[in-house]
Write a protein that binds this ligand. Structure first.
Ligand code: LMR
Length: 397
């Protein structure tokens, strides 16, 4: 029955994380997977999450099924977080929001919906993008293409080429965009660039699909929602998958959502119905616990304030690590420009290291990066940043 099955080469990110766990070297540094570690190298459990969980345990509620679309209090809070409570798109009821199994679950449900209802649409992702975007949309039966994005020469965005390519896309194409903290490069569009892009998307009859996995890690919780609000205010229809894995440090709980912004409330009702059907066919309904935790943290004013302070602290620690890395590398290799570490945002930076240099870092120095040269800056700490920078300087020299 199974002799024809091909072996799975493994996932480039998750496989590396497994290899790191098995590495016996005591000085190892995990800069591979997109996980925020605190300065002691631990994945934090946020105080707001601990308190919300305690409240839920104390209340002892039943563990019934959630509806296919998830918990109502979570879905409402997600809309207000993404769009702002008073935004016309929220108050008019023209957004269909589902609580999903992480934002990956949201991306997948959205992909299946697109395949069913917009079967001729092709997907365009940035070059490069998160490895799993292509795999996920292709897994939904969609054709995936790229548009120009990262410019290795400048460590910034090829914005002119990006706009030109997007202008030429067939009407109805799906354009996957990272709302903030681009994964893997850390290179984001500025608000002014979003303001140039939005009319191009609108004029071209394109359907944006935003991925917002790192809200709060860029410039702030509100600031990082700039693209979401710009698209909604311009009247575009679009998808947005968002995650609480990083922002609430809830990785394994799979806390995320999918929102589809429609033209009016009647359309949103139809879209929500078909999204519910898609969920039922995939995993029936999302998990109760993460929905309840997210709802409580976002809706309770004290827990919300504590969460916002924690997100700010995580963001600032990453920025401090960027500065330390930049300082040590600039001192060790004064002929090279490492300013991109300072301008890139969020958990990731594209280091410019070749796959061979990444292999040397791992083999000779126990420093783990994805082979594309992507570094998870959130894995740096005051204890390892000097050693990591020295190892990088050694392989770059
Ligand atoms: C990453 O890019 O490392 C994270 O989003 C984790 C993942 O699932 O790949």
């Amino acid at each position: 029955m199974f002799q024809h099955i091909e072996s799975y080469a493994g996932d480039p990110i998750l496989g590396l994380n497994d290899a790191f766990q098995k590495d016996p070297r005591p000085n190892k540094a995990n800069l591979s997977i997109g996980i925020y570690f605190d300065d002691a190298g631990r994945i934090p459990v946020l105080d707001c999450v601990r308190q919300a969980e305690q409240q839920l345990v104390d209340e002892g509620g039943a563990k019934s099924y959630l509806p296919m679309e998830g918990m109502a209090a979570c879905r409402k809070a997600v809309q207000e977080l993404l769009f702002g409570a008073g935004h016309e798109a929220v108050t008019s009821g023209r957004i269909a929001t589902l609580q999903t199994v992480g934002s990956s679950g949201g991306l997948k449900v959205g992909g299946d919906f697109i395949k069913r209802w917009l079967p001729d649409a092709q997907v365009y992702v940035s070059d490069p993008t998160w490895d799993n975007h292509r795999a996920m949309f292709e897994g939904c039966g969609l054709t995936v293409n790229t548009y120009p994005y990262y410019d290795p020469a400048t460590g910034g965005v090829k914005f002119g080429a990006m706009l030109e390519a997007i202008q030429k896309l067939p009407r109805g194409s799906i354009v996957l965009l990272h709302a903030c903290c681009h994964n893997p490069t850390g290179v984001d569009l500025s608000p002014a660039q979003w303001e140039q892009l939005v009319p191009v998307l609108k004029a071209g009859g394109l359907l944006p699909y935003l991925d917002l996995a790192y809200q709060g890690y860029g410039d702030g919780i509100e600031e990082d929602a700039f693209a979401v609000r710009a698209l909604a205010s311009a009247g575009l229809s679009f998808f947005i998958a968002n995650s609480f894995s990083k922002s609430m440090s809830l990785y394994g709980e799979r806390a995320g959502a999918l929102s589809v912004v429609c033209q009016d409330a009647a359309e949103a009702e139809l879209v929500l119905g078909q999204l519910r059907a898609t969920v039922r066919r995939n995993y029936s309904s999302p998990p109760l616990h993460p929905g309840a935790v997210v709802a409580r943290v976002l809706n309770d004013p004290a827990l919300r304030a504590s969460w916002e302070a924690d997100v700010a602290a995580m963001r600032e620690r990453i920025l401090a690590m960027r500065k330390s890395l930049h300082a040590v590398l600039s001192a060790k290799l004064p002929g090279r420009n490492f300013d991109y570490f300072l301008s890139q945002r969020g958990m990731f930076s594209y280091t410019g290291l070749t796959p061979e240099q990444v292999d040397r870092l791992r083999e000779d120095h126990a420093v783990y990066l994805v082979r594309s040269g992507r570094m998870c800056v959130a894995g740096l700490s005051t204890r390892n940043v000097e050693a990591v920078a020295s190892a990088m300087a050694a392989v770059l020299a």
